[in-house]
Design a protein around this ligand. Sequence first.
Ligand SMILES: O=C(O)CCC(=O)C(=O)O
Ligand SMILES: [Fe+2]
Length: 358
Amino acid sequence: MTNRHGFLTMVVLTKGDLDQIALPAAQPPAADVRAIDLSATGPARAAAARALVAACEEQGFFRVTGHGVPPGLVRAAEAAAARFFALPQTDKEASAGLRLGYASKRIGSGGDLGWIEYLLLSVTPAGAVPLASSASPLPCAPAAAATLATPSCPLRELLGEYSAAVRRVACGVLELMAEGLGVAPTDALARLVAREDSDSMLRVNHYPPRPDLGDGGGGGGGGQNLTGFGEHTDPQIISVLRSNGAPGLQISLRDHAWASVPHDGDGDSFFVNVGDTLQVLTNGRFRRVKHRVVVNSERSRVSMIFFGGPPLGERLAPLPALLADGGRSRYREFTWKEYKGSGCRGRLADDRLCRFEN
Ligand SMILES: O=C(O)CCC(=O)C(=O)O
Ligand SMILES: [Fe+2]
């Protein structure tokens, strides 16, 4: 199948598949996304911590500036990923299967399809540990997730360097969050991602331009848009996302209306999602954000997402400081391994957390 520029598209979907992922053409209004400056000091840092807490309570989504990740590293990782995705399909499958966790169109093992191809890498040894249930664990960790044991290559090394830098951003965000929440010690959240045995992953997504389906733009099963990545919440603590600026990411607001995430002005910030686990750790005070990617663009979208997850054996429950004054936990205690296992075979949009509510 070729797109409107005549390039061979890399995601091969049948007419039936396309019908399944077709969406109405509507473009939701732009989301108002708060910017948090991680480099703030003194009184400005206290203000940033308060703004961060407010963003997590209201939207579960914000962007960070002043993060210190060298722009050159981000650009190099993004360009190398784009070059990889431009390779012929057979080369990608042959060279990247195990080493880079390459997959296309299928997300998770519950049958979700999208106009997408991606790489999924464990960035810590814990992500490479197979779960007892062997089936593909969460939508964010298919069986193909590359392991550290597999041989490296220049792209993997670059993505490893990128992940290490973004992991530090995730920890910086979590420290500022603890300050804003008045939680002691201030590394109570960050240590879960900083620990060597944290289960953190990197996903690099590529959404080719919407294909020309030869129907005057109204086809693909009756919609002008296609699902790139179906609606879901991220199961980990936080996700730190960066994209090449092509549109497509949408978040669900408190009133359940969808809003488009506008490109940040200077293209230098990272977007951050509150994940299921952070909602649990804050006893529901922070709101995990439902999000999706909708493809209706002439530009390829490349996004790189670092998922900060806790160690597999970590027992997850609200932080004691947030349960003060006889507060009741809204969740029963569970381990991260248990949570990952519970997501097996589910659909992307399933609510995995409700099973753990008290
Ligand atoms: O590709 C994107 O922009 C977001 C994808 C996403 O939500 C995910 O990989 O969990
Ligand atoms: Fe996500």
